[in-house]
Design a protein around this ligand. Structure first.
Ligand SMILES: *[C@@H]1O[C@H](CO)[C@@H](O)[C@H](O)[C@H]1NC(C)=O
Ligand SMILES: *[C@@H]1O[C@H](CO)[C@@H](O)[C@H](O)[C@H]1NC(C)=O
Ligand SMILES: *[C@@H]1O[C@H](CO)[C@@H](O)[C@H](O)[C@H]1NC(C)=O
Ligand SMILES: *[C@@H]1O[C@H](CO)[C@@H](O)[C@H](O)[C@H]1NC(C)=O
Ligand SMILES: *[C@@H]1O[C@H](CO)[C@@H](O)[C@H](O)[C@H]1NC(C)=O
Length: 572
């Protein structure tokens, strides 16, 4: 269990000696509470689909333990890698402001060698909501190592719905009976990923996952798609889902009978146990494929008079319009701004609005989406994916570049000014039209610019893109080719802010993002074979300032590898 210390002097002192020494970094962190986690990552037998598999466990658990935190907490997570191969965890949706070093992807952080440990120092600054962590290297994600992250609002910060009677993490995802080394070897040979063998709910196969409820009570379900490639539809027999939160943003509270959750996405819904005392099917099924995979779990009433029965409720299958319409209905909860407006005036600091709102621009956060629709974007980036072969092997690309990771994390190369690792501008900000080639693609953009990014999907699959370090406004999506005229259809009033967005087949999705977080940030396909085979790049959000107001220095405990080996993490 995580031990919560209230930021007392002793705890802080111990932490200071342990991890950070006398740096300013520690002083900056000192004001907010700490939570400490000790995690041992091991292999272990799991049987999610009835056959024995070698899973990746955290403290013996599959899925891994949840992280429970409160806005602004410092999370000190000491990860022991007891596997026989390098390992890294990344934190989907945790923004790590000014601190991309802790992001836990190959472009920012050296892998933890087998038998060694590394302590992540994260702060869930200004964030609320539901996210998850996952192992980012190789194909570890196919073996487990993932778990839920929840960030509760601080006491006295209003939440636009009553406290639920219970709060559940629901991790859903497609699953293979093959182990991760087999899947990786398959991709390394230049093959595509086969279809998965099933779907898991919280690491369990058919009717293995139980959510216990009491009749008449209301529960929050934090649903994340931690799978490898499939969009999934989530529904509960005879029950409605009231959407309340989307990747850290309170949403318009629309009630749905089922919800599409694309790979990498997270949602909170409220479910009221308002039916006769019985057990009900929780259903998760794949979308947009002719071969539909379905699994079920059980919503169990404590006074249940019977087991699950009746036909498993059906949901949408290949219908894209259904999904697009639902996506457009997912919007920001505007009245929440009004709800907290007086508090902004009365309790400015309590709300963490420490920076000047006028100057800090339209950064999405739990407190409000401000005025993003009134701000002119300063740059447009258009990103188009493609699939093809390079040297007779399957690769995937963005704007023709298929990403290859160098042996030195880009962020460390940047920090230590090591040349020859990457070139800023090694990927065009427009589709280039040529064939796929391999490179270490880094796109540079200015700190504090306000950028429009268009994901153009000219392929026949639903895509899902994630940007680390940020939350962005999803201002529009539609079929066909994006043109400047597409801007007329943008939602400039109440677009949802989130960190992972889908792009429908032969369609586009446009986002606005305020680049107010300096660092080296991974922009990737969440379709795991695609990111592994190159459909990703790094966004270098750049300033020439070296002030810690803009970016923290490399952590003192950072692992150093490649050309950064032997560097000093602090000038002497
Ligand atoms: C991790 O777990 C393994 C297997 O149970 C054990 O041998 C090892 O000592 C543990 N390491 C730590 C740091 O707890
Ligand atoms: C590894 O764990 C030990 C405590 O067992 C801790 O003192 C040390 O700082 C950790 N190493 C890193 C690099 O975080
Ligand atoms: C992974 O699966 C392959 C094929 O079934 C098997 O040969 C290999 O031993 C497995 N690896 C582990 C570590 O279980
Ligand atoms: C906030 O920033 C604006 C624009 O930079 C400036 O004009 C204003 O004086 C600032 N207000 C405060 C209270 O600092
Ligand atoms: C945005 O651009 C338009 C047209 O160039 C200009 O009229 C307007 O003042 C700008 N708005 C802001 C907030 O800068």
């Amino acid at each position: 269990m995580p031990l919560k210390l209230g930021g007392g002097a002793a705890a802080f002192g111990a932490f200071l000696v342990l991890c950070v020494g006398f740096s300013l970094f520690a002083v900056t962190l000192a004001e907010d509470p700490y939570r400490f986690f000790n995690w041992n990552v091991t292999y272990g037998d799991i049987y999610p689909l009835g056959v024995r598999q070698r899973g990746i466990l955290i403290n013996g658990q599959f899925p891994g333990p949840d992280i429970h935190s409160v806005t602004n907490d410092n999370l000190i997570i000491n990860v022991f890698n007891s596997l026989d191969e390098p390992f890294l965890l990344s934190w989907n949706g945790i923004q790590q402001r000014r601190n991309s070093f802790e992001d836990g992807v190959l472009g920012t952080t050296c892998p933890i060698p087998p038998g060694r440990n590394f302590t992540y120092i994260l702060q869930v600054k200004d964030q609320i909501g539901s996210f998850y962590y996952f192992p980012s290297l190789n194909f570890h994600k196919a073996a487990g190592g993932f778990g839920g992250i929840r960030i509760l609002s601080r006491p006295r910060i209003p939440v636009p719905f009553p406290d639920p009677d219970g709060d559940y993490t629901v991790l859903i995802g497609d699953w293979y009976k093959s182990n991760h080394t087999t899947l990786k070897a398959h991709l390394d040979r230049g093959k595509k990923l086969p279809l998965p063998d099933g779907i898991l709910i919280n690491g369990r196969g058919p009717n293995g996952a139980y959510l216990n409820v009491e009749q008449g009570k209301t529960y929050r379900l934090r649903i994340s798609n931690v799978g490898l490639q499939h969009s999934l539809n989530f529904r509960i027999q005879n029950h409605k889902l009231k959407l309340v939160e989307v990747e850290g943003t309170h949403s318009l509270q629309t009630t749905y009978s089922s919800l599409d959750v694309h790979v990498g996405q997270s949602y909170s819904v409220l479910v009221t146990a308002d039916q006769p005392a019985h057990d009900y099917y929780i259903v998760v099924s794949t979308r947009f494929n002719y071969k539909i995979l379905t699994t079920t779990g059980v919503l169990h009433y404590s006074n249940s008079g019977g087991q699950v029965s009746g036909p498993i409720p059906g949901g949408p299958t290949i219908q894209i319009d259904w999904s697009l319409n639902q996506a457009r209905s997912i919007r920001y909860y505007k009245s929440y701004i009004l709800l907290i407006a007086h508090l902004v005036v009365n309790a400015y600091d309590e709300l963490n609005l420490r920076t000047n709102l006028t100057a800090s621009g339209p950064r999405p956060n739990p407190q409000g989406s401000y005025h993003y629709g009134l701000i002119n974007t300063t740059k447009t980036i258009i990103l188009a994916s493609s699939a093809g072969q390079v040297n007779r092997k399957q690769r995937y690309a963005i704007n023709s570049v298929s990403y290859v990771a160098p042996d030195t994390p880009l962020k460390l190369a940047d920090y230590f000014k090591i040349s020859g690792v990457f070139r800023a501008g090694s990927i065009s900000d427009r589709p280039y039209g040529g064939g796929i080639y391999l490179d270490t693609s880094v796109l540079q953009a200015d700190y504090r610019s306000f950028v429009e990014i268009v994901f153009q999907n000219n392929e026949n699959i639903v895509q899902s893109y994630h940007l680390d370090g940020y939350s962005f406004f999803v201002v529009g999506m539609d079929g066909g080719q994006w043109t400047t005229a597409s801007r007329n259809s943008y939602n400039l009033r109440d677009a949802i802010a989130r960190c992972t967005t889908q792009v429908y087949p032969y369609s586009w999705t446009a986002i606005y993002v305020a680049l107010d977080n300096v660092g080296m940030w991974n922009l990737r396909s969440e379709f795991w074979a695609r990111q592994y085979l190159g459909q990703q790049f790094y966004l270098r959000v750049y300033t020439d300032s070296t002030s810690i107001r803009d970016e923290f220095p490399v952590p003192k405990n950072a692992l150093l590898c490649g050309k950064a080996s032997g560097r000093h993490t602090r000038p002497l």
